[in-house]
Design a protein around this ligand. Sequence first.
Ligand SMILES: [Zn+2]
Ligand SMILES: [Zn+2]
Length: 239
Amino acid sequence: MNALVTVAPGLHQLSLGMVNVFLLEHDRQLVLIDTGVPGSEARILDAARTLGRQPQDVRHIVVTHFHPDHAGSLAALQDLTGATTYMHPLDARIVREGLWRERVVTPAPGFEEMFARVVVAEQAFPRTAVVDEEVLADDVLPIAGGLKVIHVPGHSAGQIALLWSEHGGVLFAADAAGNMQGLHDPILFEDAEVGRRSQRQLAALNFEVATFGHGDAIRAGAAGVFKRRWGDGAAVPKG
Ligand SMILES: [Zn+2]
Ligand SMILES: [Zn+2]
């Protein structure tokens, strides 16, 4: 599969192997959601060029949470694009101060092996980065025609999902959930109960399309998929 996939008009998903980042086109500008692991900047800017844009057309970078697979190339991309950067304050602090190992995390049930392989293993930590704008629950960022911030802690205390009003509603779920062969938990939680509450919060929203940090986008009827898994009327309460 091509690494750069157009999920809907103006909504492009770039797969960087383990993690996805997103480019939104609006008014000839680009909004980047998440930045991949350290060293992903060239691939992300190549994707922008494939869309007929230059690095300086990336005007805004929203990072969903501090994990190195999402915030990893923020510093480099900020240098290369001059974009304004946005994060929730609880995770912005970690990115600014380089406190990558500060939070205590545990594997989600069933993900112990992957956790040991991916999270505990030695890894390159990102450079610290400047976060220009701190965003909070229910803020509507005046970019890409309006991106609503949904605070979804549990996986990470300062994680945000985003709801874009285009295409009947596009949810950027970040790592509140994954979608590899069906909706599932992220591989780790800081607080599993809070994470479950965040999943129920997302299942109460209306949107047509959903994207994930890890896994495939759902292109139609996405809210129904969330409701069946985590909604009030979910038939079988799972994991
Ligand atoms: Zn994460
Ligand atoms: Zn992730």
